[in-house]
Design a protein around this ligand. Structure first.
Ligand code: OOG
Ligand code: NI
Length: 465
């Protein structure tokens, strides 16, 4: 049967993620330095904490602990976004969540293409935070039209990438040989181009409107702008970056350091100024520079319920109103202190987080559950009796305030233009050509399925007695 020859989308994604990592390390040596630092700190953390090492060996596989978790791109048109969705589908990546960045002064809205099932995430968790430029937020109508014309003229996918995507859709999979070619072909879309597609004068005008507009419009393709491995000690990596010649952004985004990690903490080294050249009308190349590419690290905790998320957002807002982080890092200590202080009302034991309905948990039966008088007990009673245990469901998505902080620290400190908040999920889904998955509904379903599994196994065990 033909289907038996198909490579699993998870394997294509794993190959793609490895190929991206190799390409990015070659293109951005500072990223290789960050990867080495992350590996060293992860190894030290595991040595210091054998219990953590034992647990991660079981759940995550230690050899993949320092691998990339995500990357990011910025697209120019709805047609590019629609095609990107089809390309990512070949790798088992679906659009999850909607992020409006306009509120934070960045003219894009975004989703994350990612594997969704537990098995797929365990095989390879790589996801791509994908933003679409919103030229409608640019005030200058003339400039907007010029940018649209430049974008309309480019074609960011190779003919082979398009053809193999169509093959996947028609046949339901790719053979090993096709998958290998697909990975190489798709890699081309993410490659850096040091020769811009626009003259220097237009670049300057795009840049003056917003640095991000210049980044998206001026090049032949949506170069990968960062990759992000997982760190087991984000504060240690942040503190040690300067000793390795890389400049960290001012503060770690997200919640403070805690016993029970929640959501997502992330930080990056600042984007590098890189040489590029611009093609002028007479065909000559003018040297210049462009700042877009960086390296990031992440560390994840429990997925919060809507109630937990409201509490998180409230405490974060409160802290940032009190001590807004300065881009030069001069108030980083005060920021950290205010953040830790603001989060003191957020419970910091799993039992309290569960009792207050702030986070999602995965429930499983303990050994004592069988042969015990568990009949008729509800979930809370089963937990209290020790028949059922609960483990945090890990947050696999992103945070708009944090994403804005990552964007901004890599776009320079002075935002040229402010935008009014203008979330428009319906429009984004129209541009994408599909609905995005609601992440809260998804986490709630994971939790509910684990509860149903426990209860039906107990009922089954009882019936068998
Ligand atoms: C994306 C920034 C958002 C994250 O980790 O929150 C992001 C970008 O700079 O294009 O990657
Ligand atoms: Ni990122």
């Amino acid at each position: 049967m033909q289907e038996l020859n198909f490579v699993s989308p998870d394997d294509i994604r794993a190959a793609f993620s490895a190929a991206m990592s190799a390409m990015y390390r070659a293109e951005v040596p500072a990223y290789g330095t960050l990867m080495d630092l992350v590996k060293a700190v992860n190894a030290e953390t595991l040595e210091r904490d054998p219990a953590l090492a034992g647990q991660l060996r079981q759940t995550d596989g230690l050899e993949r602990i320092s691998g990339e978790r995500h990357g990011a791109i910025r697209l120019g048109t709805p047609a590019e976004l629609k095609m990107m969705r089809r390309v990512f589908a070949v790798m088992g990546m679906e659009p999850v969540g909607y992020y409006d960045l306009s509120a934070s002064g960045v003219p894009v809205h975004s989703t994350a293409f990612r594997p969704v099932g537990a098995a797929a995430l365990a095989r390879n968790p790589f996801r791509v935070f994908t933003s679409l430029l919103r030229l409608d937020l640019i005030a200058d109508a003339g400039l907007r039209a010029e940018a649209e014309a430049v974008l309309a003229a480019r074609s960011i996918f190779t003919a082979e990438a398009a053809a193999l995507t169509a093959t996947f859709e028609a046949k339901g999979g790719l053979t090993r040989a096709e998958a290998d070619r697909f990975v190489l072909a798709v890699l081309e879309t993410f490659r850096w181009h040091d020769r811009a597609a626009v003259p220097a004068a237009l670049y300057r005008r795009l840049h003056a409107a917003h640095r991000l507009v210049a980044d998206v419009v001026s090049f032949r393709g949506p170069h990968i702008n960062h990759l992000t491995p997982r760190t087991l000690d984000i504060d240690a990596v942040q503190a040690r970056m300067p000793h390795h010649g890389i400049a960290p952004k001012a503060v770690v985004e997200g919640p403070p350091a805690r016993n029970c990690p929640i959501l997502l903490r992330q930080t990056s080294f600042k984007a590098l100024e890189e040489p590029v050249s611009f093609r002028d009308a007479d065909g000559t190349w003018t040297p210049g520079s462009h700042t877009a590419r960086f390296g990031e690290i992440e560390s994840r905790g429990i997925a919060l319920t809507p109630k937990g998320r409201v509490l998180y957002d409230t405490l974060l807002d409160r802290s940032r109103a009190l001590v807004p982080p300065k881009a030069d890092g001069s108030n980083a200590d005060a920021y950290r202190a205010a953040l830790a202080d603001a989060f003191s009302p957020f419970p910091d034991t799993w039992a309290e987080i569960r009792a207050e309905g702030l986070g999602y948990f995965e429930y499983s039966l303990t050994d004592t559950a069988f042969g015990a008088p568990a009949a008729g007990m509800d979930l809370d009673a089963l937990v209290a009796a020790g028949f059922v245990r609960f483990d945090p469901v890990i947050y696999e998505d992103f945070l708009p305030v944090s994403a804005a902080g990552i964007f901004q620290s890599n776009l320079g400190d002075a935002a040229a233009q402010a935008f009014s908040a203008d979330p428009n999920k319906a429009r984004f889904e129209d541009e994408l050509g599909a609905a995005v998955l609601d992440e809260f509904a998804h986490y709630a379903a994971i939790e509910q399925a684990s509860i149903d599994r426990c209860l039906s196994r107990l009922a089954g065990a009882m019936a068998a007695e």
